[in-house]
Design a protein around this ligand. Sequence first.
Ligand code: UDX
Ligand code: ADP
Length: 482
Amino acid sequence: MVKICCIGAGYVGGPTMAMIAFKCPDIEVVVVDISVARINAWNSDRLPIFEPGLEDVVKGCRGRNLFFSYDVEKHVAAADIVFVSVNTPTKTRGLGAGKAADLTYWESAARMIADVSKSDKIVVEKSTVPVKTAEAIEKILTHNNKGINFQILSNPEFLAEGTAIEDLAKPDRVLIGGRETPEGQKAIEALKAVYAHWVPEENIITMNLWSAELSKLAANAILAQRISSINAMSALCEATGADVSEVAYAVGKDSRIGPKFLNASVGFGGSCFQKDILNLVYICECNGLTEVANYWKQVVQINDYQKSRFVKRVVSSMFNTVSGKKIAILGFAFKKDTGDTRETAAIDVCHGLLGDNAKISIYDPQVTADQIMRDLAMNKFDWDHPQHLQPMSPTAAKKVDVVWDAYEATKNAHGVCILTEWDEFKKLDYKKVYDGMQKPAFIFDGRNVINVEELRKIGFIVYSVGKPLDPWVKDLPAAPPS
Ligand code: UDX
Ligand code: ADP
């Protein structure tokens, strides 16, 4: 029986391995992690991550051929194929700080694999890593060589949170990169055989290691670029009276462009986009490609601009100050159908409002109060470390209240900001929300989920990203003087 071990039981490792075990009853899959709490949660009825459909897949094979364990070394030693899916934070100090990937966790995983291995292994990069990481890992593994043959493969994961199970069950493509040697090709074939249990052969693409590593960064950069492009248009729509949803619809009808990933928003978040682009920028700079680096940097800059533009709209609409005013935040996760808050736009928006002395009341159907408080107290880039190693800034967030109901959050509020497109925010009783609020009642939709006309009829002053402006907002400058 082929044995797979995956190091890292996070958003990528957990669901991906569960799908492999589910589809391949003849393969034993063990997911290991240094976090005992995480492993215990994977073994319990309350999985550590919220992902539609995940529970059924895990329950379908846990204890059969899917296991979760914190005995990392034992299971790595026994495996034929080792996936590595550990954290790759952005460096916060030293060379490349603020851009380059910190490969501390990766390196320690590689050293551990070298130490404990007694048989040949295929080592698979699953978490997104900078181009040429495989080369570094190869060096660590082969320099500790005890006559063992290690083959490194790059097998980047393309799943998106919220739709992970669908994405894993029917991937657009599976990408496998490896060395162009007979041993490398043999390793590629072995991994291909795993995916071939359920993915049609023509959707399994093989290539060299560097192309596979770069393809993942390129895909994320291009997806993020589409969002920054439509978000840049949203600012122009507000200035001209155009409607960004109409523009996106018209543009997306062109079959060369396509309709997906053209929703204007308060800004993209998630663990990948910003990190991967900063990585790409750093690699370009290291290769002397300044113009290329600056081109991609702008995608992140527009995203930051979009978040601060949103905060400025809120403040300027509300008589240029939100000091002492209650603002309700509906949605804190970086997108709907996940409890993940990594790099969510909500963090920056809340910081902006708190900076102007607002009192905020937050409701998200999946994010815990504890997580929100941690996020608001954390320094930039510190989120991407195993939780027990996350450094915290000394002062926890003040003036923040987390509640478990949208009506509670909006009660007595002066304004409401919608920051995640949860379906339930489309169906709220907005008359009830309005009646409970201070007047004039403001609503700022960062996700284009509400019906602007209906809310205006109720009496709200409405701002919705990229939509024609409310007469109230229109007469104000787009941003208060700084
Ligand atoms: C992304 C990639 O899609 C996935 O292939 C890769 O493996 C990991 O990174 P993820 O971050 O989970 O996945 O979610 P995604 O659906 O890409 O959304 C990222 C962010 O962009 C979210 O904050 C989302 O709200 C935002 N977004 C997305 C928009 O603002 N507008 C859009 O049209 C689409
Ligand atoms: P991703 O979204 O890429 O899956 P996560 O942060 O959700 O990232 O998961 C990474 C996991 O890797 C964490 O649960 C962390 O505890 C684990 N991890 C980090 N370093 C090691 C290591 N050396 N050995 C085992 N697990 C590790």
